[in-house]
Design a protein around this ligand. Structure first.
Ligand SMILES: [Zn+2]
Length: 315
């Protein structure tokens, strides 16, 4: 129903989106679905994150990094995605000796020259040291306007609150690196509040904000959109079911919304299916999705000129 609609995706993890057939081919193993897709044994974000172990073990060579990135671009094209910001944590891909530079270059080689326009968001990880995360910001500074458009903070939100990373965000601001922060998924309202205070341009998930009118007011006032990934939110038990997802409430309260898959493989979903589910459970229509995609372009980490060009493509 929404297949032909041109789409924008801002919250998409590379390591959570590698094709199962590719993993099976590289590892010469069969039936890896169970290890790569979330199942009913997952009760939290922490459980969900275990599904990244296998893909990350594969993504340790330049060739494999380039291949999975290139294939993701092909998959995005099938969904009619015209622009994507793809994120990953470079520090995860140095286990077999690749340097951080080599990791970024290998992924860039996979996404550039694709039919779909894309940029990279480099993830700092909750639990990593200050120095390890600072190196990610330095990497983003080095590759700014060369395929890297910003940074993120990802990982186990419940164990590592956003407040631990305040100085890193100050460093990012001082160096004009825009950022989004995963907050209000498994964490608390304070995590979202802090993400806004620290200068986040967007919030990854942020759905918990629905519980607090003051926080909703702050999101509206500061024009901070939420990168909402409904299926993933159900799977990490951030919400109890799809029909109980607060996306409609957030929309009705004039919160800026973008629609995303989070992880195509781990969540076993594509963007078109996500739209279909939102139609099924909340009756969102084509006009709603066009609005969400326009919001995604407006709050993407692209230049003003690039945004204007993309807005013209959205019908
Ligand atoms: Zn995410």
């Amino acid at each position: 129903m929404f297949k032909d609609l041109k789409k924008v995706e801002l919250h998409l993890h590379l390591d959570g989106s590698i094709r199962i057939t590719t993993a099976e081919e590289i590892l010469q193993q069969k039936d890896l679905r169970k290890e790569m897709i979330v199942d009913s044994n997952s009760h939290s974000l922490k459980d969900y994150l275990t599904k990244f172990n296998l893909p990350i073990s594969i993504m340790q060579t330049k060739d494999n990094l380039t291949r999975v990135s290139k294939e993701l671009m092909e998959d995005l094209d099938k969904d009619n995605v015209i622009y994507a910001e793809i994120r990953f944590a470079p520090n995860f891909h140095t286990k077999k000796g690749l340097s951080l530079d080599e990791v970024v270059k290998a992924v860039l080689a996979g996404i550039q020259n694709s039919k779909v326009k894309a940029n990279l968001i480099l993830c700092m990880m909750r639990g990593d040291s200050f120095l390890a995360n600072k190196k990610i910001i330095d990497l983003a500074i080095k590759y700014k306007n060369k395929g890297v458009c910003g940074i993120d903070l990802a990982g186990d939100e419940a164990s590592y609150p956003t407040s631990l990373y305040k100085d890193l965000f100050n460093y990012a601001i001082a160096n004009k690196v825009p950022f989004t922060i995963h907050a209000g998924e498994a964490g608390t309202l304070t995590d979202i509040d802090n993400a806004i205070k620290y200068g986040a341009n967007r919030i990854g998930h942020g759905i918990k904000a629905v519980e607090d009118e003051n926080l909703l007011g702050t999101l509206r006032k500061n024009k901070i959109p939420l990168e909402i990934c409904p299926t993933s939110n159900v799977q990490t038990h951030a919400v109890s079911s799809y029909q109980n997802h607060p996306i409609k409430k957030l929309k009705d309260k004039d919160i800026l919304i973008t629609i995303n898959t989070d992880n195509r493989t781990v969540s076993n979903i594509n963007l078109n299916q996500e739209y279909e589910l939102l139609y099924k459970y909340f009756g969102f229509n084509k006009e709603d999705f066009i609005k969400f995609n326009r919001t995604a372009i407006e709050y993407s980490f692209l230049t003003k000129e690039e945004k204007e060009k993309l807005q013209k493509e959205i019908v």
